[in-house]
Design a protein around this ligand. Structure first.
Ligand SMILES: Nc1ncnc2c1ncn2[C@@H]1O[C@H](COP(=O)(O)OP(=O)(O)OP(=O)(O)O)[C@@H](O)[C@H]1O
Length: 266
């Protein structure tokens, strides 16, 4: 839960503003002077070729990594990745699910979901466990899954457990790195459904990185396409599909793009 009362942002108001974001790893410029807003209540998908900087951009927006230059503002306040008290408080308003789940292997699902609650609140252990149980249910896991260890979970269950931990503190923005990667089509569809449910029932803003064209069709309100370290395009999927921009066309004309488009009547 948030550490302090928060003002509900009206839909479409920017909750994350990146300005002039650049990122270099050694001599490699991965992001070059990007401006990007994330709007309250939207599902924003970051797409692009492999190595185009999607995860890096998400990590910068989620305060996990400092950009080489540029600024990130969360809820109207410019932030840094240091341990400044205000920034730590802001970070608690963000939930994150990493690509591989990043669950603690020696802890059960329940214990994993309790971790952020025990770390960031002074609630009693029984109450923390009740809250964690609620989050596990919200993430669509059967109550029996709470006692299982990560190695005992299917890929889809592991991602749901990671989502449960990501929403443990009632974040306002949920960052998801490849939520459907590695899942069979039915589990991937179910994960998309979960993303929409979380957005609608918890009024979450969602930022996700994906390679999955079907996910774009199902969940994304807006899409950011990264190419050559820049934002090649941003808009709804239909807007991007109508674009004449060569980079955008080549991305969406890929085989998977056509397959997904066909499946959705395009
Ligand atoms: N911590 C790091 N140190 C050095 N190089 C990095 C680091 N993180 C990312 N990179 C490099 O930056 C580039 C972009 O990486 P990133 O993971 O953001 O891309 P991506 O679009 O998410 O890729 P993928 O789709 O393959 O997961 C890659 O060349 C990667 O090797």
């Amino acid at each position: 839960m948030p550490a302090e009362p928060t003002v509900q942002k009206s839909r479409n108001e920017p909750v994350v503003c990146g300005r002039g974001l650049s990122m270099c790893f050694g001599s490699r410029l991965v992001l070059d002077n990007l401006d990007l807003d994330v709007r309250a209540g939207e599902v924003l998908a970051i797409v692009g070729g492999s190595g185009s900087g999607k995860s890096t951009l998400m990590r910068i927006l989620a305060m996990l990594m400092a950009p080489s230059s540029g600024t990130v503002s969360l809820f109207g306040k410019e932030v840094s990745v240091n341990e400044d008290d205000d920034d730590v408080t802001l970070r608690r308003r963000l939930g994150i699910m990493f690509q591989q789940g990043a669950l603690f292997g020696s802890q059960s699902v329940l214990e994993n979901v309790c971790v952020p609650l025990l770390e960031h609140t002074s609630l009693s252990r029984p109450f923390v466990e009740q809250l964690a149980t609620l989050k596990i249910a919200l993430a669509g896991l059967n109550p029996d899954a709470a006692t299982l260890y990560p190695r005992q979970l299917s890929g889809g269950m592991r991602k749901r457990a990671a989502v449960a931990r990501g929403i443990a503190l009632d974040p306002e923005i949920l960052f998801l790195d490849e939520p459907s990667s590695g899942l069979d089509p039915i589990s991937a569809d179910a994960m998309d459904e979960l993303v929409l449910q979380l957005r609608d029932t918890l009024q979450l803003t969602v930022v996700l990185v994906t390679h999955d064209m079907n996910s774009l069709w199902r969940v994304a309100d807006r899409i950011v396409l990264l190419a050559d370290a820049r934002i090649a395009a941003i808009g709804s999927l239909n807007e991007l599909l109508e674009s004449d921009n060569a980079t955008v066309r080549s991305f969406f004309d890929s085989r998977r793009g056509r397959a997904a488009g066909g499946a959705h009547g395009q």
